[in-house]
Design a protein around this ligand. Structure first.
Ligand SMILES: *Cc1c(COP(=O)(O)O)cnc(C)c1O
Length: 712
């Protein structure tokens, strides 16, 4: 069913539901979510919270009866009224603070965007950040367009085989049931862009996703004009080898700029989210040169409008391409820049003969660059000092803007409602106040505890329901059911280790001394259980080994069913996990985690972090809002670092976390624990929010550019 059919399916009085379902604004607005849920709760859940699907599949009789239901109509009208107001009013931060400055949007390019489950265009934190930025830009009233890819197969879904190995499978996205629409020409025909990739023409079409006031444009090569192989260029995220990666990045950067120009959009600033997107800067350079600028002046003008964010503290993690591969795809392109091959390649090199490095390109062609946490800023300045001649490390022009999360997306309803009730409906706008801690103290302990227990039950229910389905669908061993969490207990302290499985995050650190851990887990007076989840990259065999190792532990009887691995970590599961476990565990090898954001999501939900002092936690930990594992000292030998951190983690569990959690008063309330929960919220809900982060991006990055363009 396409969107036109969808609208015609709705009784006249309900027609605005079609608009509402077509803008992901609903996904971070509690009354809008509840409205959809009230249409048909069962269908709402089975649709994966996808209103387009819900409205396409709900019984016509149900729609007729809702169209005559005064209570429903009242709620509908008030949600629509809010929607219309938020999409157009001038009472937003940007218009109030900087009137008349942002006359054109900020363009934000990213290889991934995680906006909602119904669009699986992300692999992990980078995409979640990009999605949260789109939403926050809308809330702040910042004119904004995102540019990325429409991957019809997205990122893979994960299953774990009976013997503990990750199995990847891809599902084709049903375009008709996704909250997207085709970008069309003014005459209504399909939009088609063609560009030269190496020696052949590639055609691109585009899709539009409405994210509040902003728009996300997604490029797609799956059009009949392309050869079959090329139609698949944008089929999947990060799946294939170097050459496809280069082709994708070429299409994203160069095609993305051409798309915006074709749509008549002239951004005020161009923001590259990670090196994958840096080719867009070449296209801006080409535009300038075509307009007659000299190379030097063109470079300066591009730099003036460009913002670059780096996310990778490991040299090997940056995208680089063999010059021979660059020759294949860029030999026509550097002709169009009217520069020689070597000069062209040098834009992506710190010194000749290196591979072409996308981060180097981004840094060379943008005036404003940032890392994503304070510590990552230090690491990045050290890493890239060699690009800046004799500049001392401290003066390397890479600053930092610490990541943050979109609070309305990640704060779960029981807490939001408690804040509204005890602090007031303006709690959200008061988060930055010095006195917010005192406001938070108005929420009684009991209410905070019950809100958390509710989320914990929801999480454990979800896990046990998945095991039940597994059991009823097919022949499955009891070992597997236990490993998937069938024996999880809502009364037991629950610790989550949930993140991409990759070596530096050390998912198996907890099992470094299995006997010691077993003692901790099997203490019947103070039991503890662990929930693991996370995908490993399909080509990363080491990471798959780590999943296998953790899964094998989960099947060990001596852990008594208190260790489990949940399949297919995604945005949906993330919301349950960050709010439903009691402690959020993070133990990367120090200095290798740029920021991390999942711990912030836990924090705002009153789930304290136990983490290595790396990424955001170096700034976030204040001695009262959770625990630090290990120390800032970094042993020479990684194995020493592992054993020190593991034994520190055991000690924390034995001496602090477990005793505090089970220390209850006469009403069975863990008073000391609740203090930590409160502090976890207070220390994150503003400081690590996307609001704080986006205000920094606006004031440090976009505003100077916008002002210089309008001469203010
Ligand atoms: C927040 C989030 C991430 C990022 O997690 P980190 O632990 O910060 O790396 C990755 N995947 C999903 C699905 C998320 O929601």
């Amino acid at each position: 069913m396409d969107k036109v059919q969808l609208a015609s399916r709705l009784p006249g009085r309900l027609s605005r539901l079609a608009d509402l379902s077509a803008n992901l604004w609903w996904s971070w607005t509690i009354p809008a979510r509840e409205l959809f849920e009230s249409i048909d709760g069962r269908l709402w859940r089975s649709s994966g919270h996808n209103p387009v699907r819900l409205l396409s599949e709900v019984e016509p009789r149900r729609l007729e009866s809702l169209a005559a239901d005064e209570e429903f109509l009242g709620k509908l009208d008030s949600v629509i009224e809010l929607f219309d107001r938020r999409m157009s009013d001038e009472k937003n931060w940007v218009t109030k603070t900087y009137p008349g400055v942002f006359n054109h949007p900020v363009a934000y390019f990213s290889m991934e965007f995680a906006v909602h489950n119904s669009l699986p265009m992300y692999a992990g934190g980078l995409g979640v950040l990009a999605g949260d930025i789109c939403k926050e830009a809308s809330d702040l009233g910042l004119p904004f367009v995102g540019v990325g890819f429409m991957y019809p197969e997205g990122y893979f879904h994960q299953r774990i085989s009976e013997d503990g190995w990750q199995i990847e499978h891809y599902r084709q996205l049903d375009f008709d049931l996704a909250p997207i629409s085709r970008v069309t020409q003014p005459d209504g025909s399909r939009f088609l862009l063609s560009l030269l990739l190496g020696n052949k023409n590639i055609y691109l079409t585009a899709w539009e996703v409405k994210v509040g006031r902003g728009v996300l444009y997604l490029l797609d090569t799956n059009v009949p004009e392309n050869e079959p192989g090329d139609r698949e260029l944008s089929a999947r995220l990060y799946s294939a080898g170097r050459e496809i990666r280069l082709q994708q990045e070429y299409l994203l950067g160069i095609g993305g700029v051409r798309l915006l120009r074709a749509l008549g959009i002239n951004p005020v600033a161009w923001h590259c989210n990670e090196g994958h997107t840096s080719f867009l800067l070449l296209e801006l350079l080409r535009e300038r040169l075509t307009a007659g600028d000299s190379l030097e002046s063109a470079i300066e003008k591009v730099r003036d409008q460009a913002v670059f964010t780096t996310h990778t503290p490991v040299p090997a993690g940056h995208d680089t391409f063999d010059p021979a591969l660059m020759d294949r795809y860029f030999c026509c392109y550097w002709d169009s820049l009217k520069i020689e091959r070597d000069e062209f390649l040098s834009l992506g090199q710190a010194s000749p003969d290196e591979y072409f490095n996308m981060t180097v390109l981004g840094l060379k062609l943008s005036r404003r660059a940032n890392a994503v946490s304070r510590l990552h800023g230090e690491v990045s300045r050290k890493m890239w000092r060699r690009l800046y001649g004799s500049t001392p490390e401290s003066a390397v022009p890479i600053g930092h803007i610490t990541n943050g999360i979109h609070v309305p997306t990640w704060e779960t309803p029981p807490l939001t409602k408690a804040f509204e009730k005890y602090i007031g409906n303006d709690w959200y706008d008061r988060r930055h106040e010095i006195g917010f801690r005192d406001l938070l103290n108005k929420v009684p302990d009991e209410v905070l505890w019950q809100a958390h227990q509710f989320r914990k039950q929801r999480l454990i229910h979800l896990i046990t329901e998945r095991s039940r389905q597994e059991w009823s669908n097919a022949e499955v061993s009891s070992r597997r059911l236990v490993a998937l969490g069938a024996l999880m207990d809502p009364d037991v302290l629950t610790i989550g280790f949930v993140r991409r499985f990759v070596e530096y995050k050390r998912p198996s650190l907890l099992f470094r001394d299995v006997e010691r851990l077993k003692k901790i887990v099997r203490n019947w007076q103070r039991p503890v259980q662990f929930i693991f989840a996370g995908k490993s990259h399909p080509a990363d065999f080491m990471a798959k080994e780590l999943i296998h190792r953790v899964y094998s532990q989960a099947t060990d009887r001596e852990f008594e069913g208190r260790v489990c691995f949940i399949e297919d970590y995604d945005l949906h599961l993330a919301r349950y996990l960050v709010s439903g476990v009691d402690v959020w565990l993070n133990n990367p090898r120090r200095l290798l985690e740029a920021s991390g954001t999942s711990g912030m999501k836990a924090g705002i939900n009153g789930v304290p972090n136990a983490s290595i002092l790396d990424g955001w936690w170096q700034e976030g930990f204040n001695g009262k809002n959770g625990w630090a594992i290990g120390s800032e000292e970094k042993p020479e030998n990684p194995l020493d670092e592992d054993s020190r951190d593991a034994s520190d983690l055991y000690q924390l569990l034995e001496e602090q976390i477990l005793p505090m959690y089970y220390d209850r008063d006469v009403t069975d309330s863990p008073r000391r624990w609740l203090k930590v929960m409160r502090e976890a919220i207070a220390s994150t809900v503003w400081e690590f929010s996307a609001s704080r982060m986006m205000i920094e991006y606006v004031e440090q990055m976009y505003l100077p550019i916008a002002r210089s363009l309008i001469g203010k």
